[in-house]
Design a protein around this ligand. Structure first.
Ligand code: BTN
Length: 276
């Protein structure tokens, strides 16, 4: 574990489009429009504004802080200045709206592979929370705008705790959250993570579009800590407890309850029972 004070000195430099693009090894992702803000309401909201105005696939929005950072299930995403990566990417895949859920697996796999480059062993909690040593280090919020039949665009929002120290997390999540510089094998700069993440994202997104979702799901299964675990799934109207048996080919979680009945979970919040 690294000392936060020491690591924060190397990590809190603001980024600019040029500093992200310098040495960026992607083919197209992040090679066009990158918008860097001091503060925004939410990078997802800003990316959506740009996409509605015609911003092309691969447009990136970054902010030093957000005052309305949003998480899954209508939660708030605490976004202290300079402590995390708050990034949204505009994608325009030619896929049906019901297939967009699959993209959450693409992004989770890309994020997990990117973090492995820093000596971290991340695991994925269904569908797309990134955990290290059982604590959440990053989350993904996908937002779809549908067009005529196909998706018009998808905003991929990624939040990564990089320098956040334990006491900066809200009390309610303090024991459940961690940050990159608490677990990496060396101090890591945010822009270093962004460059590697963009490369992995481009790679897995192209595999998904040109090869198959099966390849993504196979990688996801290897990285997941949910499969085989006893879980509680919080659904909109009830809770379900059982063993997370497998992930179906569409990404749904198949949970067998104690009476032996198999449930297909399409959307929900999973809690691993050992951490309850
Ligand atoms: C989650 O609940 O795990 C998803 C968190 C996603 C947070 C990111 S930060 C950048 C982007 N802008 C937002 O308002 N949310 C996402």
């Amino acid at each position: 574990m690294l000392c936060n004070r020491q690591s924060s000195i190397v990590n809190r430099q603001s980024y600019t489009p040029e500093s992200i693009q310098e040495g960026l090894k992607t083919g197209w992702l992040g090679k066009g429009l990158i918008r860097c803000y001091e503060t925004v309401d939410s990078t997802n909201i800003e990316a959506k504004r740009l996409a509605n105005a015609g911003a092309p696939e691969g447009t990136i929005v970054l902010a030093e802080s957000q005052n309305k950072g949003r998480g899954r299930m209508e939660r708030e995403w605490i976004s202290p200045r300079g402590e995390g990566i708050y990034m949204s990417v505009v994608l325009r895949p030619r896929i049906l709206p019901e297939e967009v859920q699959k993209l959450t697996f693409v992004v989770a796999v890309a994020l997990a592979f990117a973090l492995r480059r820093f000596g971290i062993t991340p695991q994925i909690k269904w569908p797309n929370d990134i955990l290290v040593n059982g604590k959440k280090v990053a989350g993904i919020l996908m937002e779809l705008t549908a067009g005529d039949g196909l998706a018009d665009f998808v905003i991929v929002g990624i939040g990564i705790n990089v320098n956040t120290s334990t006491d900066e997390f809200p009390l309610s999540v303090r024991s459940l959250a961690t940050s990159i510089n608490m677990v990496a094998d060396r101090p890591v700069r945010r822009r270093e993570i962004i460059k590697i993440l963009l490369l992995q994202l481009e790679l897995w997104y192209e595999r998904f579009l040109t090869e198959s979702f099966g390849i993504v799901l196979e990688a996801w299964r290897r990285l997941s800590n949910t499969l085989g675990a006893r879980v509680m799934v919080i659904l909109s109207d009830k809770k379900l407890e059982g063993i997370a048996e497998r992930v179906a080919s569409d990404g749904s979680l198949m949970v067998r309850d104690d009476k032996g009945k198999l449930h297909k979970v399409i959307v929900g919040d999973v809690v691993h029972c050992r951490s309850l």
